[in-house]
Design a protein around this ligand. Structure first.
Ligand code: NBP
Length: 485
């Protein structure tokens, strides 16, 4: 009997997925470009299951049951193509190549099409949950052909995170759908972290709540609608003291947020499919601004705040009931912004489904994120409910009753917080842009009519009228009469 699956790429993610598979009773053939990683895994964990050591991709392929399943977990980009190129010469029709790394979905679409021509299945799989998830149960978002899922699905479902007996793994759609869904997951993760950061900054800057105190606030928030993994670990990070200085750790960490690219991809892809994912884009930009340390060192010395308020923020929000009220306002602003961010993420999935012909089931996607991944949150149950039952799914999640009511409840607080942020000069890009998104959808007229007038003026780009069909142009540089074009 050959091995059930081969894993190539045994850095932290590949090694942990291989161990997860072995712990679940599968015989796992192992390969890594540098064999030291293969040896390290076998030396430390051979007691966890059955591993087959191989030194080359040819040997890996040779060791597998048919149809062969080869899971690639190497650095996203050129390395994936290099491995695929070598593998395609070794595999046979019907074999399955799985890319479980963070590949860009367009690359996955290209690879799927190329391998399909050779009779091979290529499955782009989104895996979330970091190294811990990979080992103990990640959230898994497989794309590729439905046929390949028949062979691969049971295996992936077995190693996935479990949410009340349901695996956080389901086929999401053809070709690059799995990686697309994972990308949007990561974009939402960026926004989730950004709104947490904005809440932290506002409560500290305007109401004087120090990190240790805020750890308690976030712990309390974790018992509300906001309950989620990220809120839970925020309290742990905030209460951490630096061993060296005794100061809050968060104060000695350089305030420049890194990024590996999936948030940027989500923002770019949002633009590509015509979906305004403003919260995700703002979160990516917020990280970029934070990283401009050299510029910030200069600007923070020379840019005036322009604040001439008679009453200071500390006087307004800094003590007693006012402080408590402000904290509750910030909680609501955070929740409303989070609702907008998820609504935008799902709107983007809807747009992509149309663009690429994917049959994305939004309820299923929400269900995959309930355990094993970074954005796991009680809110996902609410999202599932919003997509449940009715024939016609909400065009935008903000239209679902659960969302409309929750936003209405948060609105006055949300507006107060955004106003306070602007008044006292605390940047809150996602709190404010999500409110602007909501207001843009709410208003019956937008200044886009003026934009159209200007475009017609300088570029004869034409416009439509509200009172009759047709396309029109005003002869701006002539007699300013209107013509139908
Ligand atoms: P890395 O992304 O750090 O990649 C290291 C692996 O790629 C090693 O096995 C390395 O082999 C192999 N590799 C490279 Br680099 N170039 C290669 C080439 N030309 N041919 C063959 N192998 C090559 O590993 P990771 O952090 O385990 O992540 C793997 C994938 O999972 C990535 O796509 C990542 O974005 C994704 N992911 C990571 C996380 C996370 O929390 N880290 C979470 C979710 C997804 P070597 O040992 O010989 O150098």
């Amino acid at each position: 009997m050959g091995a059930d699956i081969g894993v190539t790429g045994l850095a932290v993610m590949g090694a942990n997925l291989a161990r997860n598979l072995a712990r679940n009773g599968y015989t796992v053939a192992l390969h890594n470009r540098t064999s030291a990683r293969t040896d390290a895994l076998i030396n430390s964990y051979s007691n966890e299951g059955t591993f087959v050591r191989t030194e080359s991709l040819a040997e890996l392929v040779e060791s597998l049951e048919r149809p062969r399943r080869v899971l690639i977990m190497v650095k996203a980009g050129a390395a994936v193509d290099a491995v695929i190129d070598e593998l395609t010469g070794l595999l046979e029709e019907g074999d399955i190549v799985i890319d479980a790394g963070n590949s860009f979905y367009e690359e996955t679409r290209r690879r799927e099409a190329a391998l399909a021509e050779k009779g091979l299945h290529f499955v782009g799989v989104g895996v979330s949950g970091g190294e811990e998830g990979a080992l103990n149960g990640p959230s898994i978002m497989p794309g590729g052909s439905k046929k390949s899922y028949e062979s691969l699905g049971p295996m992936l479902e077995k190693i996935a995170a479990d949410y009340n007996g349901e695996p956080c793994c389901a086929w999401v759609g053809t070709d690059g759908a799995g990686h697309f869904v994972k990308m949007v997951h990561n974009g939402i993760e960026y926004a989730d972290m950004q709104v947490i950061g904005e809440a932290f900054d506002l409560m500290r800057s305007l109401a004087g709540l120090e990190p240790a105190e805020q750890a308690g606030v976030f712990r309390e928030w974790n018992t509300t609608d906001l309950a989620s993994y990220l809120i839970e670990i925020t309290s742990e990070v905030l209460e951490q003291e630096d061993e060296l200085t005794g100061r809050p750790l968060v104060d000695v960490i350089v305030d420049a947020a890194g990024q590996k690219g999936t948030g940027r991809w989500t923002a770019i892809s949002g633009l590509e499919v015509g979906s305004p994912v403003t919260t995700i884009a703002e979160s990516v930009f917020a990280r970029s601004i934070s990283s401009q340390l050299g510029l910030r060192e200069i600007t923070n010395q020379v840019f005036p705040a322009g604040i001439n308020e008679a009453v200071t923020a500390e006087e307004l929000y800094g003590s007693g009931d006012a402080r408590q009220d402000f904290v509750e306002d910030v909680r609501k602003a955070l929740y409303a912004s989070k609702l907008v961010s998820y609504a935008q993420g799902f709107d983007m999935l809807t747009a992509a489904a149309q663009e690429y012909g994917w049959e994305l089931d939004m309820r299923t996607i929400a269900s995959l994120w309930r355990a094993g991944c970074i954005i796991r949150a009680d809110l996902l149950d609410t999202i599932m409910k919003a997509y449940e039952g009715s024939e016609e799914q909400p065009r935008n999640l903000l239209l679902a009753e659960e969302f409309t009511e929750a936003i209405a409840e948060c609105l006055p607080a949300w507006r107060r917080v955004v106003a306070a942020a602007a008044t006292y000069g605390v940047p809150a890009p996602v709190f404010s842009s999500s409110l602007a998104y909501y207001d843009s959808l709410r208003r019956d007229r937008l200044p886009a009519s003026l934009t159209q007038g200007l475009r017609d003026y300088f570029g004869a780009h034409t416009y439509q009228r509200v009172d009759k069909p047709g396309t029109f142009h005003t002869r701006w540089s002539d007699d300013r009469t209107e013509t139908e074009v």
